[in-house]
Design a protein around this ligand. Structure first.
Ligand code: ADP
Ligand code: MG
Length: 244
């Protein structure tokens, strides 16, 4: 889908956020970018989204640059319109594209149902829990049926029980939607549970240190699988080496 070749990014003021970063994304991948704070994970995600441009290297899309709606972006903060219902928040990207509300509504309902919010369509953000607000944010990213879903530490502010539920539901969404996911986290446990490919980044300037493939089942029971604990240990060891 996308080849990132030898990408570098320096910010005015001299911060070198990324250096010589190479990565290939395939259709239906679930990649987790894992690394310490400040290693350039968000910078790489913004470059993939086309929200920023590299100083060195290049990004090549197999079938041309993505169009509006091909990429969904989810941030740690759900950034919902506080006065709008869940439905109207999810509707927004389609309205911005000029789709009428009438034509958009079936897709809005479908997106909300996919994230487990059927029945909550007319609630406003303040009536919803933190986890439900994040579900609305994910539905808003899904409503344009993106080929690529970019998620920047979306669950970092949630309590552990809520986080576990959202992680499991995200795997189900990914499997049914068939899109590619690039998910940023600094949690080794989260990376091990979610990813098919775990990409380890070094501290600044960020580079991709190595990649670990996961053979775990993408299902909630995986958390209790001894193979999950082994993968966590393996990532922990590799991360310690990358930090050295
Ligand atoms: P991460 O997401 O891994 O925590 P970031 O990609 O946000 O890291 O940032 C990498 C480095 O680049 C950090 O040192 C950060 O302060 C710096 N940085 C990020 N964005 C900007 C910017 N727009 N201007 C200047 N420095 C930036
Ligand atoms: Mg970040």
């Amino acid at each position: 889908m996308l080849t990132v070749s030898h990408v570098g990014r320096r910010f005015p003021g001299g911060t070198e956020a990324l250096r010589d970063t190479c990565l290939r994304l395939h259709e239906a991948d679930f990649i987790v970018l894992l690394g310490p704070s400040g290693c350039g994970k968000s910078t790489l995600l913004r470059l993939i989204a086309g929200l920023d441009q590299p100083d060195d290297g290049r990004l090549d899309w197999d079938s041309g640059p993505p169009a509006f709606g091909d990429i969904g972006y989810v941030f740690q903060d759900p950034t919902l319109l506080p006065w709008a219902t869940a439905e109207d928040n999810v509707l927004l990207p389609l309205r911005l594209r000029g789709v009428t509300k009438r034509a958009a509504m079936p897709r809005v309902r479908d997106a909300l149902a996919r994230v487990g919010l059927a029945g909550f369509e007319t609630m406003r953000p303040r009536q919803l829990s933190g986890g439900m607000r994040m579900r609305v944010s994910i539905a808003r990213a899904l409503v344009t049926q993106p080929r690529l879903l970019l998620m920047d530490e979306p669950f970092a502010a949630l309590d552990e029980f809520t986080r576990h539920a959202l992680q499991a539901d995200l795997l189900a969404v990914w499997q049914s939607a068939g899109c590619t996911v690039v998910f940023v986290t600094h949690s080794i446990y989260e990376a091990a549970f979610l990813a098919r490919r775990i990409v380890l980044m070094t501290p600044r300037p960020g580079r991709i240190d190595r990649e670990i493939a996961s053979a775990l089942q993408a299902e909630p029971e995986t958390r209790l699988d001894p193979a999950y604990a082994e993968l966590v240990a393996r990532i922990t060891r590799s991360m310690a080496e990358a930090l050295r």
